[in-house]
Design a binder for this molecule. Structure first.
Ligand code: GLN
Length: 277
């Protein structure tokens, strides 16, 4: 009898979902799928399935974290990027769909077995997506954060790709090598940008750059020619209002074929340059 009563207090998927007024349907489904290790489709197909005690406790805890403003990707510990499920935690920026544009442009310009460097790799999203392509690229990736590199290394392991990782503050500690391409999604938000309020859970060092958000982008433009093969490409993601400044900095540093590309929201988001000495 008492067993029966205890079981009654545990909710079904649907009952738990109905109690989470602050969550969207998608969020509650994803949390249930995560905790029960079922697919979202399976969760949708079994609304009357009961949760066990450990699952219910875990779900309540994750729901609270979401409510407190923790991004869904951190709560789940994963985020999909370029068709790959990547591990993420609060040491790294959550990979964004606009960064997929950078990967697409890079893949269009790379030849099989080319060497490419992702400088400031964070979760390793760009580097892992490039390394997982059929082009058999030789991929290097760097970051100045040991904890970010640990996440990137885990993502490379998970997707069974070989990447050479380097702990380096931009180009400072990198081997003297010349890559066919250097790509980066560096911090580019100005310290006083009001958008930062919505990004409070993510590491400020991955988001914020001095000089109106341009400092790290300009460092990369200045230093990358020493690390590029003749005719090598530099591809940079940047902020919505920075394309003009980035193009002019690339021209000034001697890049040619300088061009910006728009993301799905029609915002100039990635700028390229080719370095021919
Ligand atoms: N794209 C991110 C955002 O605007 C910022 C990423 C970055 O600074 N590199 O939310």
């Amino acid at each position: 009898m008492s067993l029966g009563r205890a079981a009654l207090t545990l909710p079904t998927f649907n009952q738990w979902r109905l109690n989470q007024q602050h969550l969207s349907r998608l969020e509650s489904d994803l949390l249930i799928a995560h905790v029960t290790k079922m697919s979202r489709v399976q969760v949708l197909a079994h609304p009357e399935q009961p949760l066990n005690k450990a699952q219910t406790l875990k779900l309540d805890q994750l729901s609270l974290a979401l409510c407190d403003g923790t991004p869904l990707a951190y709560v789940l510990g994963e985020k999909e990027f370029f068709g790959l499920s990547l591990r993420v935690n609060s040491s790294v920026l959550v990979p964004r769909p606009e960064t997929e544009l950078l990967v697409e442009l890079a893949l269009q310009r790379l030849n099989p077995t080319d060497g490419v460097l992702d400088v400031g790799t964070g979760s390793g999203a760009i580097a892992v997506a490039l390394a997982a392509s059929p082009l058999q690229l030789l991929v290097d990736a760097s970051d100045n954060s040991q904890s970010a590199l640990a996440v990137a290394e885990e993502n490379a392991r998970l997707h069974k790709v070989a990447i050479n990782f380097h702990l380096s503050d931009w180009f400072r500690s990198l081997p003297v090598t010349r890559w066919h391409m250097i790509v980066s999604n560096p911090p580019y938000i100005a310290p006083n940008d009001p958008h930062l309020d919505a990004l409070a859970a993510e590491p400020p060092t991955a988001l914020i750059a001095e000089n109106n958000g341009l400092a790290d982008l300009l460092t990369i433009i200045e230093e990358s020619p020493r690390f590029l093969q003749p005719g090598g490409w530099l591809l940079l993601e940047h902020g919505y209002d920075q394309a003009t400044a980035i193009r002019s900095a690339m021209f000034k540093r001697g890049f040619s074929k300088v061009e910006s590309f728009t993301d799905l929201a029609s915002i100039e988001r990635v700028t390229q340059g080719c370095y021919c000495e």
